[in-house]
Design a protein around this ligand. Structure first.
Ligand code: ATP
Ligand code: MG
Ligand code: MG
Ligand code: MG
Length: 567
């Protein structure tokens, strides 16, 4: 192994803090700041200091190695992107407020890339002309921008963050399935090497069928996702994707009064309402469930987004518009069923979801414009839309596959793989010349890993009350050598550090003068390098203490023996 440099703490830009940052809500946020890995620049925007950058680089390296191993070719696309391709795909407006938009000096519209399907599609359209050029997997590790509504948990949810995004291009469905499987396997290797406990869960509802999209979730209390997990059959899905079988629904429907569609001329047309709300009319029609003059009703609006109730009320004036609450549905099972299926209404998420800001309502459902529906039965009158995102699963609910009671756990989404199909190829006319000499429409997949988020997820899973505790492959160093004392200790620590570095170990040496051994050891535990080697009390006899950060085991032994152990 190549000789490494010793990183001296006396020179290291990493000021540790004894106190938690005031705004820190999650363990990783507190510890990464306190241990001097990152510093906040602005809301959701972070500076990576040397220790943090090393961990980030280690994660990137593992991702890169495994992407290369499946034949991925690394590229680097711009983060500053023109509006036009995103206009073509519809995402310039669909993204809503999540998109950072800006203008250049000539007034042309740009955006900061939140993800790059459009641009990769254009790259391949430019470069590939024949089926012989495919399949191809392209990837980048790059800074992404999303103006997240709640960028709170440190680097877990940034507004500027590092993502590995890759895109596969194939001529047929079988090819896409293969590219998807390659990514799935690569992701398993990546997260295993990172030392991240992870689960693969379905990210699409059963109603949509297939396994066209899966998420890699790292179980952790700080996670913003909840996944359902079946102890019986191994079924696992993000609760957003769990749909209960509609079989029983058919019987229930037989006794259920028929669907009643009430033409409601007062309901604004999709176009007028869209214009009023400032959302595109072209988006999929959804329904917004609100109370209009005290009556629970559904208003057709486009998109799947939060709507400003104030604007809606203004538009529907003189009607009075209010947000519905769970109580409103107590005696309205007719409406309930239509929107949440067999789960029952009290569980409708948008009613109680703290993520929905006061004064806004979550748009959902799928019905007809200018019509209010009564007695809607899910599955009979319309199919479950996976974007419904409303059925809240509870522990013990029956597994959709085998009926066993489901368990629920919190987790962090660290990766997401997705069979896109021809959506972008259609939008951009991406064809290649096929085997038979005719143009063939290309089919695509897109695959993301939150590289910076993975750092925080690892911290969440491995830290303890004393600090961070990195798995070997991602740690900022292999050994943290502490000179716990004066000249004798420092001399022995220097000797240990040099020997380790010469043997190819990455070493952090706490050579800081004027700090007590206690302070240095507390810092070492906070920083979380896997091995801590202390030159202390018995340095005069060349005896050191070797501590294993994760397990807390410690042992006194001659330096020579410790070096053999560590090299
Ligand atoms: P989330 O549900 O957490 O908002 P997402 O589903 O919007 O994530 P994707 O579009 O699937 O994210 O992006 C791919 C990956 O990028 C995610 O799996 C996640 O690991 C990472 N990621 C997404 N948003 C952020 C963010 N704001 N900060 C850090 N990492 C992120
Ligand atoms: Mg998101
Ligand atoms: Mg997600
Ligand atoms: Mg996702």
């Amino acid at each position: 192994m190549a000789t490494q440099h010793v990183q001296r703490m006396s020179r290291l830009m990493a000021r540790t803090l004894r106190e938690d940052p005031a705004d820190a809500e999650t363990l990783s946020h507190r510890l990464l700041v306190r241990a001097g890995y990152v510093r906040r620049s602005s809301a959701g925007v972070w500076t990576w200091l040397p220790l943090g950058k090393r961990v980030l680089e280690n994660v990137s390296r593992i991702v890169r190695e495994e992407m290369d191993a499946i034949g991925g070719q690394e590229v680097l696309l711009p983060a500053l992107l023109p509006r036009e391709p995103y206009e073509t795909s519809g995402r310039w407006s669909e993204y809503g407020e999540l998109l950072f938009r800006l203008k250049d000096r000539k007034g042309a519209d740009y955006l900061l890339g939140p993800t790059h399907e459009e641009i990769f599609t254009l790259v391949v359209k430019d470069q590939c002309t024949s089926y012989k050029d495919l399949p191809v997997i392209l990837y980048q590790i790059q800074t992404k921008y999303r103006d997240e509504a709640r960028p709170r948990s440190g680097v877990l949810r940034g507004r500027e963050f590092q993502m590995k995004d890759s895109y596969s291009f194939d001529v047929d469905d079988a090819g896409l399935a293969e590219s998807y499987a390659l990514h799935r396997a690569a992701y398993q290797r990546i997260f295993t090497r990172l030392g991240l406990d992870h689960r693969i869960v379905s990210a699409v509802s059963g109603a949509m069928g297939g396994s066209a999209s899966e998420e890699f979730l790292a179980p952790a209390a700080a996670g913003e996702d909840t996944f359902a997990d079946c102890p019986g059959c191994g079924y696992a899905a993000n609760t957003e994707a769990v749909t209960f079988p509609l079989a029983g629904e058919a019987d229930a429907a037989a006794e259920h009064p028929p669907l009643e569609e009430i033409p409601t001329p007062d309901t604004p047309t999709i176009e007028t309402l869209a214009a009023h709300l400032g959302v595109p009319a072209s988006a999929t029609l959804k329904n917004l469930l609100v109370k209009v003059d005290g009556e629970i009703t559904a208003v057709g609006v486009p998109g799947d987004r939060e709507v400003d109730l104030g604007k809606l009320a203004e538009h529907l004036a003189p009607a009075e518009v209010e947000l519905v609450t769970a109580e409103d549905f107590a005696d309205r099972p007719d409406l309930v069923r239509g929107y949440v299926g067999p789960q029952g209404l009290g569980k409708v998420r948008y009613l109680a979801d703290p993520r929905v800001a006061p004064g806004t309502a979550w748009v959902t459902g799928a019905n007809k414009p200018d019509t209010h529906a009564r007695n809607v039965v899910c599955g009979r009158d319309f199919q479950v839309d996976r974007h419904l995102d409303v059925a809240v699963v509870e522990p013990g609910d029956p597994c959709p596959q085998c009926g066993t009671g489901l368990r629920l756990d919190r987790a962090i989404e660290v990766g997401h793989i997705f069979q896109l199909g021809r959506k972008y190829a259609d939008a951009f006319g991406l064809d290649v010349l096929g085997r038979e000499g005719k143009p063939v429409r290309v089919t695509m997949g897109s695959y993301g890993i939150g590289v910076s988020r993975a750092v925080a997820a690892l911290a969440e899973q491995t830290a303890d009350e004393r600090g961070l505790s990195w798995p070997a492959e991602v740690a900022p160093a292999d050994v943290h050598v502490v000179a716990a004392g004066k000249a004798v200790q420092l001399a022995l620590a220097e000797q240990a550090a040099e020997s380790l570095a010469a043997a190819g170990r990455r070493v952090l040496l706490d050579d800081r003068a004027g700090l007590s051994p206690g302070v240095k050891l507390t810092d070492a535990e906070l920083i979380g390098v896997p091995w801590i080697l202390v030159a202390g009390r018995r340095a005069g006899e060349s005896v050191v203490e070797l501590q294993h950060r994760a397990t807390g085991t410690r042992e006194e032994l001659p330096l020579a023996e410790a070096l053999t152990r560590l090299t």
